[in-house]
Design a protein around this ligand. Structure first.
Ligand code: NAP
Ligand code: MG
Length: 483
């Protein structure tokens, strides 16, 4: 299978100014295909078409929007095996996770299909007699969406679905590393009976077409998921023309393991959260803060669990951890291993690449112990199958370490003490908390987001998504005189 992807611009599938190869990180000899890189003229026509399509879409009403979103969601679920296999082939996550991601993307659409029917206005009496007030939500207009490679279908789905549900048009730039699965979702959207130009997808380098998209005066709001430096640039660009902006970025998620925790469960959850998806999740547990009484037992069991994980080809039966996504990502990970060693961290297991029957970007799950929170491996997001253990003397110290980070996306605690769990819930500075659960793994019907450098702007997902994808209008209505 050799896939040529094109861009979907203003209702047409079009070729690009040049092409980029899409390779399989599990098997570098497998060239999945070539994908077209969109140009600025195509971007202009996508945005122009989106502006007029948006009005038609809003006028079409809530039943139409419900039906279209339901159809997209149902199709994604029905095709989750095929699109999921494509996703795993180009991104490197194990097949079950690729399929699960596409199915989840479908659930975002069916959830927001229902949200489009919800009556979301408010009524109030005026403080002045005979005047009624209604507060309604209207679409923002044209939403620019920029998404990363690690969830190439689910992340854009949780942005595109609410954008369309609330009556907006969408211009989407997927990550250039994972174009095939993103294009498969775009194809499903393109097959719906929607106004021409309501939805466009343009692939290309972030620094080129991505930058042009976020700087474009025809874009009313930008929803971005990716790295902190790119997010900062997008925020600055949006501010300069007062566009709405929503950013979901990196993190350095802590998990506290207390002395009263079920240690085997703590090890299983830590390994899952640290190494799942090769650590390439914004919710990955990369700082494990362990009570000194259980520290040594935890470290030896975690290292055994890490060494037992089956690292291999994403599409191979039984693989638990696939390769990392690219050569650059792998090199960055190995650089962090060197930085950790140089800072005095103790390498317990992993730390290097792995040879497999096919040549790919395989890295061994890696555990550092005897780390301190000021080491670069505990400060910077690595996006790697690397986790760092720190020792804490008591709960208060553990909480202080957990909170000592510029990030604040997710955080977890393993404890049987309700008092500690409740204290953690109130005092941990993060957007998403997990009690006796891995830091990664969230639902689709409730808000998701972080604090500090992890997020900016309104929350994503669930009913809270309305905050970003709508604008509030307050209307005062007087009867106009005698009957
Ligand atoms: P990235 O470099 O920031 O890329 C994310 C997206 O932005 C890609 O589509 C990229 O295009 C594009 N982009 C790059 N430069 C741009 C620019 N100047 N203007 C506009 N768009 C631009 O991030 P990444 O390295 O691909 O992804 C990993 C990062 O995403 C990690 O930091 C991770 O924590 C974060 N992430 C966060 C969440 C969350 O919900 N908080 C979820 C997943 C990932 P290209 O195609 O050229 O890369
Ligand atoms: Mg990148």
């Amino acid at each position: 299978m050799n896939i040529e992807t094109r861009n979907y611009v203003a209702g047409e599938w079009v070729d690009g100014k040049n092409h980029v190869e899409n390779t399989n990180p599990s098997d570098l000899s497998d060239i999945i295909g070539r994908h077209a890189q969109a140009d600025n003229a195509q971007l202009n026509s996508a945005i122009e078409a989106a502006r007029s399509a948006q009005k038609k879409w809003w006028d079409a009403g809530i039943q139409k929007r419900h039906d279209v979103l339901m159809a997209i969601g149902t199709a994604l679920m029905a095709q989750s095996a095929d699109i999921g296999a494509l996703l795993s082939r180009e991104e490197g996550k194990p097949l079950a996770e690729g399929k699960g991601e596409v199915y989840r993307a479908g659930q975002f659409f069916t959830y927001f299909a229902a949200e489009s029917l919800r009556q979301i206005g408010d009524f109030a009496q005026s403080v002045r007699p005979e005047i009624d007030i209604d507060v309604r939500r209207e679409p923002v207009g044209v939403i620019g969406i920029v998404s990363p490679w690690n969830f190439p279908v689910a992340t854009p789905a949780w942005k595109i679905a609410p954008a369309l549900a609330f009556g907006n048009a969408v211009v989407w730039k997927p990550a250039n590393l994972t174009p095939a699965s993103s294009t498969a979702m775009a194809r499903i959207i393109s097959e719906q009976d929607i106004p021409k130009g309501l939805f466009s997808m343009l692939c290309g380098a972030g620094s080129e077409i991505g930058q042009a998209l976020v700087d474009h005066s025809g874009i009313d709001a930008i929803s971005f998921t990716g790295s902190v430096p790119v997010g900062r640039g997008i925020a600055a660009s949006a501010m300069s023309r007062m566009a709405k902006v929503q950013l979901e970025m990196g993190s350095k998620n802590p998990m506290i393991i207390m002395d009263d925790a079920d240690i085997d469960l703590a090890v299983a959850h830590s390994a899952n959260a640290a190494f799942g998806g090769s650590g390439q999740k914004c919710t990955a547990a990369s700082r494990l803060i362990v009570h000194e009484k259980v520290h040594d037992e935890f470290v030896s069991k975690l290292s055994a669990a890490a060494e037992n994980l089956k690292v291999g080809h994403a599409l191979e039966e039984g693989t638990q951890i696939g390769p990392v996504v690219s050569a650059a990502q792998l090199q960055g990970n190995l650089d962090y291993v060197a930085k950790g060693k140089a800072a005095g961290a103790e390498l317990i297991c992993g730390g290097g690449t792995l040879d497999r029957p096919t040549k790919g970007h395989y890295m061994a799950p890696t555990v550092f112990a005897n780390t301190t929170n000021d080491m670069v491996i505990n400060r910077e997001e690595m996006f790697a199958p690397i986790t760092c253990v720190m020792k804490a003397g008591n709960y208060e110290d553990a909480l202080a370490i957990a909170n000592d980070s510029e990030f604040g996306l997710t955080a977890g605690i393993m404890t049987k003490s309700l008092a500690r769990a409740k204290h953690f819930q109130s005092n941990m500075r993060a957007g998403t908390l997990m009690v006796n659960l891995p830091t990664a793994g969230t639902d689709y019907h409730v808000p998701f987001g972080g604090r500090g450098a992890s997020s900016f702007g309104p929350r994503e997902q669930g009913q809270y998504a309305a905050e970003f994808y709508t604008i509030v209008k307050t209307a005062y209505v007087h009867g106009g005189g005698a009957i």
